[in-house]
Design a binder for this molecule. Structure first.
Ligand SMILES: Nc1nc2c(c(=O)[nH]1)N=C([C@H](O)[C@H](O)COP(=O)(O)OP(=O)(O)OP(=O)(O)O)CN2
Ligand SMILES: [Zn+2]
Length: 145
């Protein structure tokens, strides 16, 4: 596992949790602007998820690290991203499996899960590195949720 520094988010919460994941996956971007990336190719994505909150659950967890891994790595690792029609599609650019959309969709998936928890943790940031030279940070807009 490669360890690296991530952008920091300022927030008022007592607890901040970060989960790193490495995800081996293939994808293609179904648009001519993508050039050779319109062909199927693979990456080892490096994903970092930042979650914060003021209260812990009955286990003493803000959120179980394993649950976050299951929601993201468990879904995407060793798959073709384009095959996940519940996350991505080939017609709407906001759902092409670009780094931006991968980051936003991970955020949406995690936040949907967090919203079911009584102590209401919140996802502050999702960092997705697609290549050694390219990464995206997704943060929800203030007041969006
Ligand atoms: N804004 C985006 N631009 C590109 C994306 C993307 O998701 N969002 N994706 C791609 C390709 O999928 C490609 O895999 C990654 O692109 P790139 O950074 O060009 O990869 P390289 O390793 O070739 O980068 P170098 O720095 O030139 O080595 C393209 N664009
Ligand atoms: Zn790619």
């Amino acid at each position: 596992m490669m360890h690296q520094l991530y952008p920091q988010v300022m927030h008022p919460y007592r607890y901040e949790l970060n989960k790193d994941m490495h995800i081996a996956a293939a994808h293609f971007i179904p648009h001519e602007a993508a050039g050779s990336c319109a062909n199927v190719h693979g990456h080892t994505y490096i994903v970092n998820v930042t979650i914060a909150g003021d209260e812990l659950d009955e286990s003493g967890f803000l959120v179980n690290f394993q649950t976050i891994k299951q929601l993201v790595h468990g879904k995407l690792d060793h798959t073709l991203l384009n095959d996940h029609s519940d996350w991505f599609d080939g017609h709407d650019p906001n759902r092409f499996p670009t780094t931006e959309v991968v980051a936003r969709t991970i955020y949406e998936t995690i936040q949907r899960y967090l919203d079911t928890l009584p102590h209401k943790p919140t996802c502050l940031q999702v960092f997705v590195r697609e290549t050694p030279t390219s990464y995206v940070v997704y943060r929800p807009k203030a007041g969006e949720r």
